[in-house]
Design a protein around this ligand. Structure first.
Ligand code: IPM
Ligand code: MN
Length: 357
């Protein structure tokens, strides 16, 4: 089969890790008889430098016409002082909203081989954990009304969290369906003891729970959830969250897997067009040195194979190759820990993974 992929390498380590994913997809293509075509488009800091805008119209148009989007990372200190609407991060929000990608799947799984890299004690993580965040991605405080105004105590700034029943139900359905394909356990995260938007969120989730009677459903307040992730991560299967709570909790969970350099993500809407990116950022401190961990981006490509292209066997092949490389003790600098392994470069780790496909 033939697939068209819009490629946003972005800033910092973005180009290095996207190249790794492309090499891995090349190996899959030749082994399984598929053709992946790439169109490079700019977004983020590089786009600001070239065109003045973080998300040029042409980029969004090409993404819309593609079968899916592969993204490295955007942002960096160079653009940190720009006003909000001109920052590189705006490109991500514009892509998510412009492509209607409301459901962000972020698996946080502790590889057995990396048990010793997990900062939590062994009695807490036991044989590992495997949870998935289903994060709402096009609503909430990220997209609510915001601004500056004169308040009672002088000038102030505000951002608004708003959720419609429609938005809550559609992300809820994604989460219940996913839980049905896994261990049938769903935790909905909110702050219903304080926020009205969370009370509506909880009401709608409860209605869905009545439709999905085979799923063991529970509510959890976000502050408690932050604690439970480090106290007992093994209790979780699927978690469904608002945009902001999912942003924060998925970073917390990623650290418990050993490194943020390991975690992939997918963002999907109603169709099969998705955007796939590592959950980490552009890591300007190590950019251009060829040492970044390519695994999160390679696993994102695997999610693309599975969710956008319906190529489950191929996705398994990539995921198994990554697990094998880790089991054999191969490490990039961020996951060397106490293993005593020699850290591999980005290119070398990529090659080792390809060799195991
Ligand atoms: C993420 C990032 C983004 C977010 C930023 C860069 C806009 O932190 O994908 O988790 O907050 O969604
Ligand atoms: Mn984040």
């Amino acid at each position: 089969m033939e697939f068209h992929i819009a490629c946003i390498k972005g800033d910092g380590i973005g180009p290095e890790i996207v190249d790794s994913a492309i090499r891995v997809l090349g190996k899959i293509g030749s082994q399984f008889g598929h053709e992946f075509n790439y169109t490079d488009v700019d977004a983020g800091g590089v786009a600001i430098d070239k065109t003045g805008a973080p998300l040029p119209n042409e980029t969004l148009d090409i993404c819309k016409k593609s079968d899916s989007v592969l993204l490295g990372a955007v942002g960096g200190p160079k653009w940190d002082t720009l006003p909000g609407h001109l920052r590189p991060e705006r490109a991500l929000l514009g892509l998510r909203a412009g492509l209607g990608l409301y459901s962000n799947i972020r698996p946080a799984k502790l590889f057995k081989a990396l048990l010793s890299e997990c900062p939590l004690k062994e009695e807490i993580v036991g044989g590992g954990f495997d949870m998935v965040f289903v994060r709402e991605l096009t609503g909430g405080i990220y997209f609510g009304e915001r601004g500056r105004r004169e308040g009672k105590m002088g000038p102030e700034a505000y951002d608004t969290e708003a959720y419609s029943i429609t938005e809550v139900r559609r992300i809820g359905k994604v989460a219940f369906e996913l839980a049905g394909k896994r261990n049938k356990k769903l935790t909905s995260v909110d702050k219903a003891n304080v926020l009205e938007s969370s009370r509506l969120w909880r009401e709608e989730m409860h209605k869905l729970a009545e439709e999905y009677t085979d799923i063991e459903y529970s509510d959890m307040l976000v502050d408690n959830c932050a604690m439970q992730i480090v106290r007992n991560p093994r209790q979780f299967d699927v978690l469904v969250t608002s945009n902001m709570f999912g942003d924060i909790l998925s970073d917390e969970a990623s650290m418990a897997t050993g490194s943020i350099g390991l975690l992939p993500s997918s963002s999907l809407g109603e169709g099969t067009l998705g955007m796939y990116e590592p959950i980490h950022g552009s890591a300007p401190d190590i950019a251009g040195r060829g040492v970044a961990n390519p695994i999160a981006t390679i696993l994102s490509a695997a999610m693309m194979l599975r969710f956008s292209f319906n190529l489950a066997k191929e996705a398994d092949a990539v995921e198994n190759a990554v697990a094998k490389a880790l089991e054999e003790g191969l490490r990039t600098f961020d996951i060397v820990g106490t293993s005593g392994a020699t850290p591999l470069s980005t290119a070398r780790m990529t090659q080792e993974i390809m060799d195991r496909i």
